[in-house]
Design a protein around this ligand. Structure first.
Ligand code: PBG
Length: 318
């Protein structure tokens, strides 16, 4: 009789594991706030902090020592305006943050490329009335990408879900000589309620409407494959599915169909659900995030952007 349980004994169980996950697969997101001088706790994300430009190098150094290979930077500027000019200012917070990290560490620096943290209305593009404009936004994304690359960003990651953003960014980078800067596109990004805690973390709430006019409907699967295909045709080097856990079917399909390096983003709400339940003693935090990350990897992610990257590295090593 075939007994499946024979291989579930300690030692053998690990030997036959089909999926392994390592610190090398993880990317730590970091929020850098221009207005503060010391790290500030993010209430909606227990255990996460906004960094200052001054505190950033020490954190980056610690992550490097732990073996975390890469970080994803988000900027909180001291000034926002209608056109998000702080996003493409060479002296902007993100540009300074990139330079600091590159001067102090060998980490791979990925920059989130979007206008929403920099616009006074909080949308990911220019607006006219209550309409978020697509084509008018593209040159600004190109300009932002070039300023990130000039500051030393290793990879730019456009997250605004504007049509043709990858093509516009690729053209802008190439024109300025940054032909070797890869684009990690937030290709299948859903209009998700699980971004809730991020709104506090990055202060990127919006003054009207929602993001349903540019981010995807959670009900859709086939559309995600179109999004990914179009981004690849436009020049994306890597693609992302976001959020991760409720969208593992999409992740599996994207990896199988396109075979490109594929990232999954375990977003703020996914983090906070585990962290908050753990605070109450309802979940074992370590076991919960290990299971979540393993399953995201099993579903096809080559890399996972996760607020648990540091903790994972502290526990499991490089
Ligand atoms: C910016 C952006 C968002 C996230 C990453 N980049 C917020 C949004 O689209 O509303 C969410 C990340 C998270 O929740 O951890 N466009």
């Amino acid at each position: 009789m075939r007994r499946m349980r024979r291989l579930r004994t300690p030692g053998i169980r690990e030997m036959v594991a089909e999926t392994t996950i390592s610190t090398k697969n993880l990317v730590q997101p970091i929020f850098v706030d221009e207005r503060i001088s010391r790290p500030q706790a993010i209430e909606a994300m227990p255990g996460q902090f906004r960094q200052s430009l001054e505190s950033l190098p020490a954190l980056a150094g610690a992550l490097e020592d732990l073996g975390v290979p890469a970080i994803l930077l988000f900027g909180l500027p001291s000034n926002k305006d209608e056109v998000g000019s702080a996003a493409y200012d060479d002296q902007g917070i993100i540009q300074k943050a990139v330079r600091t990290v590159k001067e102090n560490t060998g980490l791979i620096v990925i920059t989130d490329l979007c206008l929403c943290e920099y616009t006074s209305h909080g949308h990911c593009g220019l607006v006219r009335g209550e309409k978020v404009l697509n084509d008018e936004t593209l040159p600004l994304l190109g300009e932002t990408a070039v300023s990130h690359a000039a500051a030393g960003a290793d990879i730019v990651a456009p997250s605004g879900m504007m049509d043709h953003m990858v093509a516009a960014i690729r053209a802008a980078l190439d024109m300025d000589g940054y032909t070797d800067t890869p684009i990690l596109s937030y290709a299948a990004k859903y209009a998700s309620t699980f971004y809730g805690p991020f709104r506090e973390a990055a202060e990127s709430g919006y003054s009207f409407g929602d993001r349903k006019g540019y981010q995807m409907n959670p009900a859709n699967f086939a559309e995600a494959l179109w999004e990914v295909q179009l981004d690849i045709e436009e020049g994306a080097d890597m693609v992302m599915v976001k959020p991760a856990m409720p969208y593992l079917d999409v992740l599996r399909a994207v990896k199988d169909m396109f075979g490109l390096p594929t990232a999954a983003y375990q977003v703020s709400g996914e983090y906070s659900m585990i962290a908050a339940a753990a605070e109450r003693g309802w979940l074992d935090e370590r076991a919960a995030f290990m299971e979540a990350l393993t399953c995201i990897k099993r579903a096809g992610a080559d890399m996972i952007i996760t607020y648990y990257a540091r903790k994972f590295a502290e526990i499991y090593g490089a």
